[in-house]
Design a binder for this molecule. Structure first.
Ligand SMILES: [Zn+2]
Length: 293
């Protein structure tokens, strides 16, 4: 009897979410661009996601938001950090004729270095607490825990040859040099992370680097001014929402998708509602803005 009730409840949830997914698609997504944000999905999961998305939306390049709508929902695929596992996704991108954008940390990829939060010392020191420290304090604490951000160790990012192989099918753009929390950096650190990473990505991929993604979604007026001054054309945030030609190109909104999400969960995450609730619980605001610190 209890099993039957649970099944009934699950069915009700499915019906509610199918309704919400359709409603957000018709009322909010419409023919705008949802910029999906992944990190390190496995090929089978991404393949399932892209198959699902292709049924009702056009898969477009990242900067398509500035073009007039086609009457159909559009989705752009972005992946943050330049994880080594992204190289395995190449056959999936080719199969679905998707040109994704990968935001690289220019001083982590292409060498035997780790993304700082993946080091066991960072976990021990407390990730969320570390993120809120002034940048020099965070770097010093990590050194005490046995991690140097400019020291070579184990590679967690894409290698030079992987980037080269992916270059015909992928747009590589900037996600800073070392992935600090920019709002915790001093002015010089912040300006260097934003401007120097642009030149380093350009040297790495031999193409213009024109787009930027804020690490962890942290930004303020100073960061936006520095992104503009460095010569980028856009910046992607972790604020929730859809984009069109009226969206501020330096505050592009995203839909954060779980790397391991089932297709049902993907449909739920595409409504933006779970993330909206999460942000609201943290900040008390309903506007979908990432709770800054
Ligand atoms: Zn990141």
């Amino acid at each position: 009897m209890r099993k039957k009730a649970a099944l009934k409840e699950a069915l009700v949830q499915v019906v509610i979410w199918i309704g919400l997914a359709r409603a957000t698609r018709m009322l909010l997504w419409r023919d705008r661009v949802a910029i999906l944000l992944y990190h390190d999905p496995d090929p089978a999961t991404l393949d399932r996601h892209l198959t699902y998305l292709s049924k009702f939306c056009d898969l477009v390049p990242f900067d398509d938001f500035s073009r007039p709508g086609t009457g159909r929902p559009r989705a752009a695929i972005t992946l943050d950090d330049g994880h080594a596992g992204n190289a395995d996704l190449l056959p999936v991108f080719i199969k679905h004729e998707v040109r994704p954008t990968i935001f690289l940390c220019s001083r982590i990829v292409g060498r035997p270095r780790m993304h700082w939060w993946m080091h066991p010392g960072a976990e021990r020191a407390g990730l969320e607490r570390l993120k809120r420290q002034p940048n020099d304090t965070r770097v010093a604490e990590l050194e005490e825990a046995g991690f140097r951000q400019d020291g070579d160790d184990e590679a967690t990012g894409l290698t030079i040859s992987q980037i080269k192989a992916m270059r015909p099918f992928v747009d590589f753009q900037s996600h800073t040099r070392f992935h600090p929390i920019l709002t915790c950096c001093n002015d010089t650190e912040c300006a260097d992370e934003i401007a120097l990473s642009k030149h380093e990505v350009e040297a790495l991929v031999k193409r213009p680097c024109e787009h930027f993604a804020f690490p962890n979604g942290n930004y303020g007026p100073r960061e936006i001014e520095l992104v503009k001054a460095a010569g980028y054309r856009t910046a992607r945030t972790c604020d929730i929402g859809w984009n069109d030609e009226r969206t501020d190109p330096f505050r592009l909104r995203a839909m954060i998708i779980g790397d391991k999400a089932s297709t049902a969960l993907l449909a739920v995450q595409l409504t933006g509602i779970p993330r909206l609730l999460k942000y609201w619980l943290r900040s008390g605001r309903w506007d979908g803005r990432f709770p800054q610190f």
